[in-house]
Unconditional design. Structure first.
Length: 311
């Protein structure tokens, strides 16, 4: 081997060995992207666990309601909370079941003979599910005693089952985290690798959650738009708008049924129960409205308004 004008001459007795040494120094393991894919699998599992859909509840069915000495248990809906999330153990079990199903059965010397045994993974899975079922029963038991909407019940629940309060709070935080994270990415785009990975999971349906929703969009018309003085008026109680009771507008938990969305209201009776919407107050200020009687509106003497007085 000789050098001439910067060129390596591989001829000669030692040329082959020299070339092999150079080649070894140049060989590196190619990057197939496996490490990135493995990391994304772990990230996907973590996000799917955090944003797993919580279990929602309906009003409990109580056997014995109204009976003598009935203690009036709390049968309202529990707050949504997680009882089941994806795990690596469940993923392995699912893959194992797919392999059992898809493996060709032995036939005339072909196929796969599988010794299907029950191992520790299967036993652990059954025990874990049984433990979760017990947790759900204990939650229902505690919820029947305490309604955390009522004063003092939350403090009592914190004494006997603090984990229930903690899990309820964690679920609210998870929903808020998902909603604000997706909202900000949709507004300002993907700016970091974590944004990219998170949005990938969202767009491909691996994770989901609540979203921020605006009830009403502002219009560009003056009379009905945000510049109108009446746009932000808070309507007081009127004939159709009685006093709403606590939790009458709740989105989950015990709330009015869909068939009677306005069922939880107090009628306009009693002191100061009537004539307190803005229009009626203004009319009273000018002495135009004296009183109401049934469907007729009676006006004070000297009222110059026209019409029949019908409501």
């Amino acid at each position: 081997m000789s050098h001439s004008a910067g060129v390596v001459n591989m001829s000669g007795a030692n040329g082959g060995a020299a070339f092999a040494g150079v080649a070894r120094n140049m060989v590196t393991q190619p990057d197939t992207g496996y490490a990135n894919g493995r990391a994304m699998e772990d990230f996907s599992m973590a996000m799917r666990q955090q944003y797993a859909t919580p279990t929602s509840f309906e009003r409990a069915e109580y056997d014995g309601y109204g009976a003598d000495n009935d203690p009036r248990y709390n049968v309202s809906e529990q707050n949504p909370k997680k009882y089941v999330i994806p795990t690596h153990q469940a993923d392995r079990q699912d893959i194992r079941n797919i392999m059992r199903k898809e493996a060709p059965a032995p036939d005339r010397g072909k196929g796969v003979q599988i010794m299907d045994t029950i191992g520790d993974d299967e036993i652990d899975y059954v025990q874990n599910v049984r433990a979760q079922a017990r947790t759900a029963d204990m939650d229902r038991y505690a919820h029947s005693l305490f309604n955390c909407r009522k004063p003092g019940d939350t403090a009592q629940m914190m004494k006997v089952r603090p984990d229930v309060i903690k899990r309820d709070q964690e679920q609210v935080a998870a929903g808020y985290s998902y909603a604000i994270r997706t909202h900000l990415i949709d507004m300002f785009g993907i700016n970091t690798e974590e944004d990219f990975n998170f949005k990938y999971l969202v767009d491909n349906g691996e994770i989901s959650g609540p979203s921020l929703v605006y009830v009403e969009s502002a219009t560009d018309q003056y009379t009905a738009g945000v510049f109108s003085p009446a746009h932000w008026r808070v309507e007081r109680r009127s004939e159709e708008n009685n006093l709403k009771l606590p939790f009458s507008k709740s989105k989950y938990g015990h709330r009015p049924s869909a068939e009677q969305p306005n069922g939880w209201m107090l009628k306009k009776t009693g002191a100061l129960g009537k004539g307190n919407d803005t229009t009626e107050i203004v009319q009273g200020m000018f002495g135009n409205l004296a009183m109401r009687e049934g469907p007729e509106r009676k006006y004070a003497p000297g009222d110059r308004s026209k019409g029949t007085g019908k409501l």
